[in-house]
Design a protein around this ligand. Sequence first.
Ligand code: ADP
Length: 669
Amino acid sequence: MALFRKSTRTDEETVQESQDLVDLRAAIEKAELPEPAAATVARELERLEKTDSSSPEYTIGLHYIEHLLALPWHAFTEDNLDLKRAESILEAQHFGLGHVKERILEYLAVRTLCSLRDFHILVVDDEPIARANLEYILRKEGYQVSTAGNGLEALELVKKKDFELILTDLKMEKMDGIQLLESVKQLAPQTDIVMITGYATVSSAVDALKKGAAHYLPKPIDLDELRSTVSQIKEKKQFMQVTRSPILCFSGPPGTGKTSIGRSIAEALERKFVRISLAGVRDEADLRGHRRTYVGAMSGRIINEIKRLGVKNPVFMLDEIDKIGQDFRGDPASVLLEILDPEQNSRFIDHYLDIPFDLSAIMFISTANAVERLPDPLLDRLEIIPFHGYTEREKGSIAGSYLIPRQLREHGLTHSGITFTEGAITKIVRDYTLEAGLRNLEREIATVCRKLARLILQTHRDQALEVDEALTERLLGPPKYRREQAQSGEQLGVTTGLVWSEFGGEIISVEASLMKGSQQLILTGSLGTVLRESAQTALSFIRSHAGELAVEPDFFEGHDVHIHIPAGAVPKDGPSAGITIALALLSLLTGRPARRDVAMTGELTLSGRILPVGGIREKILAAQRSGVRIVVFPEPNRIDIEGIEEELRKGVGVVLARDVASVAEVVLV
Ligand code: ADP
């Protein structure tokens, strides 16, 4: 066998390859990559030229360069900062959510003020003609310009006034550019400095960059380069000012409008919008990419989305950051920290790119269902904006004004004269959905529209059609939920509780039973550790206070107690069911049935005190949805309850209780 194989490439292929490289070189030139991307691409291209085009390395190298070139290194969309317009977009697309809209408008207001702030440049040069020329050019670009004839003069000005940028000659009498740079970095570290150097002093230019200059311009100054350098610094500064504000985190149950408000913000700003879900992301490489040494390596999702959008300043929604995972393949949460930190994200390094890419122009918004799950360092960086569940009335209004018109439009029914009666809307809300948000409501409305579309085509009808309760039931089938469920009389050993989870508030049943056995507490229904402990506490409290509670003191002897919380497939946890468990036991042991239309929530201590709980608003909403008549809350939650609007409490009586005995008075018959 021959030691060297002759190249099997045809001349045609060789010509094609060099054409590839010629095209690539042209594309590179056109892209005007910033450093260090430009240097990296130049190096890769050089390597490519020496590589056989049929080898895998060639393809890998080619892809890498193309990927780099396709990134929006300079592409921005211009923000529309018209506050009135933003306000009307937010209003037109969303009902209520006043606090959210307000915060967003404040954000935009700050942004507007920052961008309108004058950008003041100081030109320092000891040659009067050069100085005057620079001043003239920059003023023509719309900047405010001051001038100084040497370093000392410049320093005096810097002491009196804030400059965004100093353009200084390197070689000057009295105090040269480098000395000025060093002094300014101490006096006014936020001021950027661009050094103007002669050809002969490249090494001092490098020195200047090391000492903190933002850029250098060789003499004679290329005007285009001057303009683009200054405008890039201006843009960067503006974005830094805004991104330094905390990242917004929309938190609340699903379907409460978090994503759609995000979209509206993008629309108001005229920025592009992108959303990625972080639920279940376990691998750091998902976000940050794989190193090029891996076969089939790619950039992570952040860079890929930016590339797809083609701009470096979209509104970027990071959905469900509370569900991000962690395992042996690194910690994606720490990548998230880096992405969201304005100090770090201007130099974000994707493993595949292996050079920094500036993410600081992106407006990040995150969403979470349960912020409690977020790690503290992350929570620190976020400004939590709570989204709440909607009342039945709000749902009705949103359905009538937003969801139904949209679904009719999406099903081609806009001109079919279809209207929904108020009764039909209430019926869909009440009988077909049981949720804090609007997802299922929108889905059910879509189902109605789909069926109507078919009905209209089949029956060739062209007159107006009114969807009333009867037609709704015909289209959607028998009701899925019956509100009367919660009101079904009284039961021995069964109580109604209110819990709160990432899906909003929910009603639960707690069942207790006693049977012959060996003093065991049996717990079933997918209960978490805290909930199990609550059950233990409830049992111990009743055993230790049997006398006061009118319970047989030795009821546990020779018996087992079984506590079950149905809907067993759904994992449950948290301390707030303590009181509900205690009352189920008490009902069973005293033989007094418990009212099912009274729901309770509260953490129980061993001495029988009731401690405050969270999620009050969502719990009241859940009670309202399920037709509960009275809710019992811990007395220390009084302030939270008083802070809730009247409208929300309508139809639900609230009782505040301090101890088990006072709850028993309300619940037990
Ligand atoms: P989330 O992101 O909180 O899960 P979405 O933004 O997907 O919720 O909202 C679900 C649906 O409900 C969307 O169609 C949205 O437009 C609609 N929606 C939610 N809140 C409102 C509101 N306040 N006004 C109008 N529509 C709303």
